[in-house]
Design a protein around this ligand. Structure first.
Ligand code: S3P
Length: 438
C-alpha cells in the first residue's frame, strides 16, 4: 500500500522561499563533468532522486563524485566514460537515461540501462534511433523501444538529424554523442527547446553553433572537441518554483516570492501565460548566475481569465501544463491547451491524469488527443487522485486542494522527491495545510 497525502483549504499564504536547483542543469552538470577532463565543481545541484541516480551513473562510468555540502558537488572527469560493471539504473529520470545514453554512445563501452516501472513505459527509440544511425548498437531483451536495453558505443559518425518534435532530451542525446563522433553533427528542431546543453557545452570549452531554421533552429557541433572541467552553478528551477507561485495565485489574500528563479526564456512560457490570464506576477532583482538570467518572482492572489495557450509555446512550458491546468480551474472561462501530445509520454500520461484528477475535483475538462481544455468555476475538491507516481501530478493536485472547497488527497506522494525534495515543508512554511502521509 502506498502512502497518501492530503491538502486542505488554507488561509492566505505568505513568505519568501528558494526553489531547489534546476533539474535539467543538474543532470547536465554531472554528465558533462564526467565527460570532461579535470574537476567540475557544482553549486546548487538538485539533490532529488532523479539527479542522485545520474550522480551514481556517472560514478559507474568512472568519474569521481563527491558531495562537498548541501547542493555542492565535485565531479572529477577522466576525459570520457569507462566501462561500467553493473546495470545503470536511472530510476524515474527520463532526462537522466536519455542524456546518459547519448554520452555513453560516444565511447567504446557496453552498458545496460534500466529504470523504474514508470521509466520502463516511456519511449526510448526517439533517442536510440538517431544514436543507431550514428553507429551505436542496441539490444532489447524485452520490448523494443522500452527499457531495459544494452548499448554498445564507440566509432560514431556525425549525422544531420531533423526532429519531428521539439525535445531537449533528443537534441541533447544526439549532441552529446556528436561530441565523440567523426564529423559535424547537426540537430534541427521544429521549435527551439531548452538550450542548457548548448550553453553548458560552451562553458566546458566546446564550440556550438546555432542557425535559424524556419520556426526552429539548427544546432551544430564538431566532433572531437575536448571538454575541460569548470564551475557550474544551478539556479532555482522554474518548473518547481511554479508550485508555490501557483498556490499564491489561487489562495485569496496570498503573496509569495520565490528567489533566484532561472528566467531562461525557453523555460518561462508558464509565467507568460499566467500574465496573459491576468496574474499579478512580478520579477525583481534580475541578475546573471551560472550563465543564466535569474530573478525573484512574486505572485499575489489574482482574478484569472482563461486563455488560448499558443501551441508554439509548448516547448517552453512542457512540464508546466499540469500546474497551469490546476490554476485554470480557478479562472473564469476556458483555458485551451493544444499541441501538447508530448505530455502523454512524460512520467505519466499527463493529459489523461490531469483530466481525470480535475474532473474528480468537480472541474469541467474536455480531453483531446493532443491537448485539453479546462473551464474554471467553483472547485469542489474532495477527491482521492491517482498520480501513477508522477511528481508533477501530485504537486499540482496538492496545490489545487489549498483553494478547493474540500481537501484533495494524492497517492504515491513520496515520488515528489524525484524533483522537489522538501516540497511539503516549503509549502507548510508559507502557511499551506498539507497533512502527514497517511
Ligand atoms: C528536459 C526536457 C523535457 C522535459 C524534461 C526535462 C531536459 O523533455 O519534459 O522534464 O532536461 O532536457 P523533452 O525534451 O523530451 O520534451
Amino acid at each position: 500500500m502506498t502512502a497518501r497525502r492530503a491538502s486542505a483549504p488554507t488561509g492566505a499564504l505568505s513568505g519568501a522561499v528558494r526553489a531547489p536547483g534546476d533539474k535539467s542543469m543538474s543532470h547536465r552538470a554531472l554528465i558533462l563533468g564526467a565527460m570532461a577532463s579535470g574537476v567540475t565543481e557544482i553549486d546548487g545541484l538538485l539533490e532529488g532522486d532523479d539527479v542522485l541516480a545520474t550522480a551514481r551513473a556517472v560514478e559507474a562510468f568512472g568519474a569521481g563524485v563527491e558531495r562537498l555540502g548541501e547542493g555542492r558537488w565535485r565531479v572529477t572527469g577522466h576525459g570520457g566514460f569507462r566501462q561500467p560493471s553493473g546495470v545503470i539504473d536511472c530510476g524515474n529520470a527520463g532526462t537522466g537515461v536519455r542524456l546518459l545514453m547519448g554520452a555513453a554512445a560516444g565511447y567504446p563501452v557496453t552498458a545496460a540501462f534500466d529504470g523504474d516501472a514508470s521509466l520502463r513505459k516511456r519511449p526510448m527509440r526517439r533517442v536510440t534511433a538517431p544514436l543507431a544511425d550514428m553507429g551505436a548498437r542496441f539490444e532489447w531483451p524485452g520490448e523494443e523501444d522500452r527499457l531495459p536495453l544494452t548499448l554498445a558505443g564507440g566509432g560514431l559518425k556525425a549525422i544531420d538529424y531533423v526532429q519531428t518534435v521539439a525535445s531537449a532530451q533528443i537534441k541533447s542525446a544526439v549532441l552529446l554523442a556528436g561530441l565523440n563522433a567523426d564529423g559535424v553533427t547537426t540537430v534541427t528542431e521544429p521549435t527551439p527547446s531548452r538550450d542548457h546543453t548548448e550553453r553548458m557545452l560552451r562553458a566546458f570549452g566546446a564550440e556550438v553553433g546555432v542557425l535559424p531554421a524556419g520556426s526552429g533552429w539548427t544546432v551544430t557541433l564538431k566532433g572531437g572537441q575536448p571538454l575541460t572541467g569548470t564551475a557550474v552553478s544551478a539556479p532555482g528551477d522554474p518548473s518547481s518554483a511554479a508550485f508555490p507561485l501557483a498556490a499564491a495565485l489561487i489562495v485569496p489574500g496570498s503573496q509569495v516570492t520565490v528567489e533566484g528563479v532561472m528566467l531562461n526564456p525557453l523555460r518561462t512560457g508558464l509565467f507568460e501565460t499566467w500574465r496573459e490570464m491576468g496574474a499579478d506576477l512580478t520579477v525583481s532583482n534580475r541578475r546573471m548566475a551560472g550563465g543564466e538570467e535569474v530573478g525573484d518572482v512574486t505572485t499575489r492572489h489574482s482574478r484569472l481569465t482563461g486563455v488560448v495557450v499558443p501551441p508554439g509555446r509548448a516547448a517552453s512550458m512542457i512540464d508546466e501544463y499540469p500546474i497551469l491546468a490546476a490554476t485554470a480551474a480557478f479562472a473564469s472561462g476556458p483555458t485551451v491547451m493544444r499541441g501538447i501530445g508530448e505530455m502523454r509520454v512524460k512520467e505519466s500520461d499527463r493529459i489523461a491524469l490531469m483530466s481525470a484528477g480535475l474532473q474528480a475535483c468537480g472541474v469541467a475538462v474536455e480531453e483531446e488527443p493532443e491537448g485539453f481544455t479546462v473551464t474554471g468555476g467553483p472547485v469542489r475538491g474532495g477527491a482521492a487522485v491517482t498520480t501513477h507516481g508522477d511528481h508533477r501530478i501530485a504537486m499540482s493536485h496538492l496545490v489545487l486542494g489549498l483553494a478547493a472547497a474540500e481537501p484533495v488527497t494524492v497517492d504515491e506522494p513520496g515520488m515528489i522527491a524525484t524533483s522537489f525534495p522538501g516540497f511539503v515543508e516549503l509549502m507548510r512554511g508559507l502557511g499551506a495545510d498539507i497533512g502527514a502521509p497517511e
